[in-house]
Design a protein around this ligand. Structure first.
Ligand code: NAP
Length: 258
């Protein structure tokens, strides 16, 4: 299927690795012009070069911290100036820490708010003028399965990302008339560095992965490129009638019916 993404301009945040990078790669493979950001400039430049080499389409790297307003607004302006607009925003960032509710103080709540809710609101708002100018757009937020069923120690993720779910619903309502769709992707367990880091260190890596996979109906952990494929579809012309939704990608892990 031709997703009609050729020459669309996509900005993928927090994309030197993991889910952001997989999203950028999938969009680039479909012919989009892609800008990626993350904090470590060296890793970011290498990722951009590798994606461009893999897909043959232009990928630009601009280092930025997504929780820093000045850096992010500059990033959005540079993207639009360089490629002449922004059609697709993959909103993403680092995840908040995991621990019990009682352990988080006000400072940690504030940090989680800045990174996982305010940053999404700010970037979503800042791309709108460009999307309105070109007559449409796609905003795709990468959040977490923690908005669908209880995930141990994920209180910061659940609380903040529920805010993103509500915000996306409201944005879909207000922005539909401009042909701008807003959707969330809620991953279960997808094998990225973040997941590798939280695997138990005292058991063999492969064994630890097998243990984690036991509770997943399809019997394995997800691949980043599977999430990338979903991002590319939500960004496509064919997905123009999908808006305000939260789509799980978790191999059937969530036991919630609604
Ligand atoms: N993988 C999963 O199974 C899973 C499941 C549920 C939810 N999620 C969520 O999905 C998101 C991505 O996770 P991932 O697994 O892809 O993580 P990852 O493999 O650790 O990759 C994180 C990426 O984000 C960048 N980043 C982190 N903080 C940033 C910041 N403040 N500003 C700009 N870039 C930043 C990192 O680069 P720098 O460090 O150089 O900035 C890196 O490129 C997280 O919010 C995570 O909580 C993941």
């Amino acid at each position: 299927m031709d997703l009609k993404l050729k020459d669309k301009v996509a900005l993928a945040l927090a994309a030197s690795k993991g889910l952001g990078r997989a999203s950028a790669t999938a969009l680039s493979a479909e012919g989009a012009k892609v800008v990626i950001c993350s904090r470590n400039a060296e890793e970011l430049a290498q990722a951009a070069a590798e994606i461009q080499h893999q897909t043959g389409n232009p990928v630009m790297a601009i280092a930025a911290d997504v929780s820093d307003a000045t850096q992010v607004l500059e990033l959005i302006k540079k993207t639009a100036d360089f490629f002449g607009g922004i059609d697709i925003l993959v909103d993403n960032g680092g995840g908040p820490p995991f621990s019990k509710f009682e352990t988080f103080d006000d400072e940690q709540w504030q940090k989680a708010f800045d990174l996982t809710l305010l940053a999404f609101a700010r970037t979503g708002r800042a791309v709108l003028p460009y999307m309105k100018q070109t007559g449409g757009g796609r905003i795709i937020n990468i959040i977490s399965g923690s908005v669908k069923s209880v995930l141990n120690n994920a209180v910061l993720s659940t609380a903040m990302r529920m805010g993103v779910v509500g915000m996306a619903k409201l944005m879909a309502d207000e922005l539909g008339p401009y042909q701008i769709t807003v959707n969330n992707i809620a991953p279960g367990l997808i094998l990225t560095d973040r997941v590798k880091e939280v695997l138990p260190k005292d058991v063999d890596h492969e064994q630890a992965l097998k243990e984690r996979a036991k509770s997943i109906p399809v019997g394995r952990i997800g691949k980043p490129e599977e999430l990338g494929a979903l991002v590319a579809f939500l960004a496509s012309e064919q997905a123009a009638y999908i808006s305000g939704t939260t789509i799980q990608i978790d191999g059937g892990s969530s036991r919630s019916i609604l």
